[in-house]
Design a protein around this ligand. Structure first.
Ligand SMILES: NC(=O)C1=CN([C@@H]2O[C@H](COP(=O)(O)OP(=O)(O)OC[C@H]3O[C@@H](n4cnc5c(N)ncnc54)[C@H](OP(=O)(O)O)[C@@H]3O)[C@@H](O)[C@H]2O)[C@@H](O)CC1
Ligand SMILES: [K+]
Length: 572
């Protein structure tokens, strides 16, 4: 599991060590240099003769980068450091110069164009440059490595590399490749980009990015002691690349500090609790039954996808609750699905159902009534009619969790009824905008949610009391404890993905016990979903490989393999 901490908590943890004179920056810089050297070696076979450009800010992030530059020099790497704020931590600047690097301010670097001053390690073949900036960008593009040490945990909240930075620097970053150069473009001489602690221009805590055109896509982000929360959250996560954590020896001070966000990795031991093989004495009921209220005669596909993935994610049994013609279709594909009401351990409702509206066909109205009834069961407030629609006996019904998707949002109880974590909402940004606007005092737009997904997932939880799974390129899950954040391959941006995810989460909920965190189970479900998509798209062992477009059916068929892989990885 990767856990992301708030910048203030990390600073607080560092303080006693710094007061005691522990050389934290030297440790950080050494770790950074080792990663850079390893990456250079992997790319070029050797580090000798490589050229690194260090973009150094005036704070300790820049100092880290420059101290790492000294280690690079010692191993034969030519180093040019650009003081992008025109100055830097003075002792470090001197030490780097003494190690044989060129250290120059941005304006000096631009002046090099006129004087024709050569840069060590870079052949002077930067093409037809027209302006000093063209020339400088050309030289940087000729390097083997760009070290992004402009801003770290000292980034002012709400700031960005575009806001508050000199225009010249924003322009330089934009031209180097901020925002538009895809991380994996296979230009032969594209330099490797390593971000120091975090890509400069992202908010360390919230992952918001004010001007995405000025943030460099990192191949690797080398972060110190622990991931920073913002690295795991959208939209920043797109710029982060692979995360490498360097232990600088302050772990003890972070004990007892709650991380703000967490992410499951496939090999996490903790996943064994949620993604598991049946035990010796298990039978279909002990493994959990999931009830699916999704799809209608008008939209049968979503019912099919949610049920098929619920079955494949390991529940002992799936009940389909809905019209006979949809059930027939489902059973033809998953013969083990039971089309009969009865007791379940978790519901999945709403996928493939439109919002409640007057004049809807009768079977849609009835499906929405069932969805509402399942939500009432989850909240412990079932009505007699609801129980009979779900085929449950009259009397107090046992609370079971419910995954609410798509049309299900339109049958949530009104804002006077506080939902609980047993209600797991799975909206995308547009649907969350609707939810937050109807439960809260203010209208919120899809664009606002996309810019600050973590904030709004948390707000939606605060307003409703439910577990909120905000789907997106990075899926954020919020409950009263913390945020979870899971990424998936972009191939998941396709019709049917949401229905499959709802089925998987419902299946894992049915297999869980009452005391387990719904948010954590949902995070595990998002990981299963992403793993299935990786298998189905052919990305398999190399997440960086592009792969090929998977059909929804291929993702569904890959779910059992994803479960198998996660069980194997988390138990080994
Ligand atoms: N403490 C330690 O022992 C350790 C620290 N470590 C390292 O230190 C890093 C934190 O260093 P830091 O605190 O010096 O802040 P840092 O991120 O370099 O930048 C601050 C400068 O940028 C400026 N600035 C801020 N926002 C801006 C904006 N939006 N736009 C423009 N400018 C902006 C701001 O200037 P201001 O305008 O406020 O005068 C300020 O001068 C941390 O990430 C890690 O790498 C590790 O080595 C481990 C040990
Ligand atoms: K940085």
């Amino acid at each position: 599991m990767i856990e992301g901490y708030l910048a203030a908590d990390v600073r607080e943890a560092e303080r006693p060590y710094l007061d005691a004179g522990v050389p934290l920056m030297e440790r950080a810089a050494f770790g950074l240099a080792m990663v850079a050297l390893r990456e250079l070696r992997q790319r070029r076979g050797t580090t000798a003769g490589a050229h690194a450009v260090i973009l150094a800010g005036k704070g300790n992030n820049g100092a880290d980068a420059m101290l790492a530059g000294i280690h690079l020099r010692r191993r034969g790497v030519a180093v040019t450091a650009l003081l992008v704020h025109e100055s830097g931590v003075e002792s470090t600047v001197t030490a780097l110069r003494n190690a044989g690097a060129r250290v120059l301010s941005l304006s000096q670097a631009l002046a090099d164009c006129t004087t024709g001053m050569p840069w060590p390690g870079i052949a002077d073949e930067v093409g037809d440059s027209h302006t000093p900036l063209d020339w400088l960008v050309g030289r940087i593009h000729m390097s083997d490595l760009i070290v992004d040490g402009i801003l770290g945990t000292g980034t002012r909240p709400g700031g960005s590399s575009g806001a508050g930075m000199p225009d010249e620097l924003a322009e330089l970053l934009m031209r180097i490749g901020g925002g538009w150069l895809p991380r994996r473009s296979v230009e032969e001489r594209r330099p490797l980009v390593i971000a120091v602690d975090l890509p400069s221009g992202i908010d360390p805590d919230t992952g918001t990015v004010v001007d995405r055109n000025t943030v460099l896509f990192a191949d690797v982000t080398v972060t110190f002691q622990c991931s920073k929360a913002g690295l795991l959250l959208a939209p920043a996560a797109e710029f982060v690349g692979r995360i490498e954590v360097i232990d600088i020896g302050i772990g003890e001070a972070l004990h007892g500090v709650a991380p703000a966000v967490a992410r499951f990795e496939p090999a996490d031991e903790r996943l064994r609790v949620y993604v598991k093989a049946p035990g010796w004495g298990d039978h279909k009921y002990t493994r959990g039954v999931v009830g699916v209220v999704a799809g209608s005669s008008q939209y049968p596909g979503a019912g099919l996808m949610a049920t098929a993935s619920a079955v494949r994610a390991g529940a002992g049994m799936a009940r389909y609750l809905g019209p006979a013609n949809v059930a027939e279709l489902i059973v033809s594909q998953s013969p083990e699905v039971v089309h009969a009401p009865g007791r379940v351990q978790a519901y999945v409702v709403g996928s493939g159902l439109p919002s409640r509206d007057e004049g809807q066909p009768a079977d849609i109205g009835e499906q929405l009534d069932r969805a509402a009834a399942a939500i009432e069961v989850a909240l412990g407030i079932p009505t007699e009619d609801g129980l009979s629609l779900l085929g449950l006996p009259e009397g107090p019904a046992r609370k079971v969790p419910v995954v609410v998707d798509a049309g299900g949002f339109s049958v949530l109880p009104d804002a006077r009824v506080r939902l609980t974590s047993d209600v797991v909402l799975t909206p995308h940004a547009g649907e969350l905008a609707g939810l937050v606007s109807s439960f809260g005092p203010d209208e919120v737009s899809r664009e606002q949610i996309e810019a600050e997904p973590a904030k709004y997932a948390r707000l939606a939880h605060d307003l409703t009391g439910a577990t909120v799974v905000l789907k997106g390129p990075v899926t954020v899950i919020a409950d009263e404890h913390r945020l979870w954040s899971q990424t998936g391959p972009s191939w998941l941006a396709r019709a049917g993905s949401g229905d499959i995810l709802a089925g998987i989460i419902g299946s894992l909920l049915a297999q869980s016990d009452d005391r387990q965190s719904r948010a954590e189970i949902a995070a595990a479900g998002v990981l299963v979903h992403a793993t299935a998509a990786r298998i189905a798209s052919g990305q398999r062992d190399d997440p960086a490989a592009v792969g090929r477009p998977p059909t929804a059916q291929a993702i569904i068929d890959a779910v059992p393999y994803a479960i198998g892989r996660i069980i194997a990885a988390s138990s080994s």
